[in-house]
Design a protein around this ligand. Sequence first.
Ligand code: HEC
Ligand code: HEC
Length: 252
Amino acid sequence: MKMKRISFLPALAVLGLVMLAACSTPDGQPQANSEPVAPSQVSDFDTLYAQNCAGCHGAEGRGGASIALANPVYLAIVDESTMRNIVANGVHGTSMPAFVQSAGGMLTEQQIEVITSGIFSRWGRKQVLDGANPPSYAAKAAGKVDHGQLVFGVYCASCHGSEGAGTPKGSAITNDSFLALVSDQGLRTIVITGRPELGAPDWRGNVPGRPMTDQEITDVVSWLVSRRAENPGQPYSALNDAQQSKAQHPEK
Ligand code: HEC
Ligand code: HEC
């Protein structure tokens, strides 16, 4: 709650300044720059980020319902054009919206460029993975589900439980409600970069001294994906069917 409120403050502050500026002209004539900026003309990173992203990714990119974007490890793995494309078009099947006007969003291409390049220049640290041989952002090959289950046991079960149902050290990640709302890449991103803002380790830290290989990451994501229910919106459909047929044929 606190974080969400804070995220509106910059927008309010800007509005306040605009109003002050408008009132401070003695003769009532509008000053240059005193007119409110049309939404499509806002070109300041802080305002654009606060208004469009902070609600889910946190004030200053520090994370919220979704991952922290101010994560240098993440910013060293994803490239700018990939991010620009995600911000423009959203992630289908998740709550990550499309922002570009041509995809039904509210932002111009230039505004998306300001946000994307600003995220990298503010929060990226180019050398952070020097010498680390990081895995690739996107999966390079198909995953092996069976092997992924073994990988999960080695690297994840200590915190998330042997079946991923959660422990006090890590939440449930194989339940339908979580898996239904996250994309395959979203899972891969979290396995690679962790969620440092919540204490989740990156691919090097699950088992100290034993970084995961690219293939292990691909396989463990495949195993998680294999646990996703096919019709997550209708978990009670079998029950409903049974009740309906009972109502129609009460003699049975
Ligand atoms: C309503 C919530 C919401 C808002 C608002 C939102 N995001 Fe997201 N975003 C998400 C979720 C959820 C995901 C994870 C989607 C998935 O599972 O792949 C995500 C994913 C992303 C990713 C991809 C992470 C990866 O796996 O590489 C980027 C980049 C991103 N968001 C940037 C932004 C930016 C920049 C803004 C503002 C212009 C923004 N988001 C606004 C919810 C949101
Ligand atoms: C040292 C403990 C630890 C280990 C090992 C670990 N995690 Fe986590 N993980 C966490 C914590 C802490 C979080 C963030 C808070 C939470 O969701 O419990 C987290 C979050 C996640 C999330 C996001 C959950 C959400 O609700 O957004 C996923 C997905 C995830 N971990 C997958 C994995 C996978 C897959 C592995 C093994 C490759 C793994 N984790 C290993 C501690 C761990």
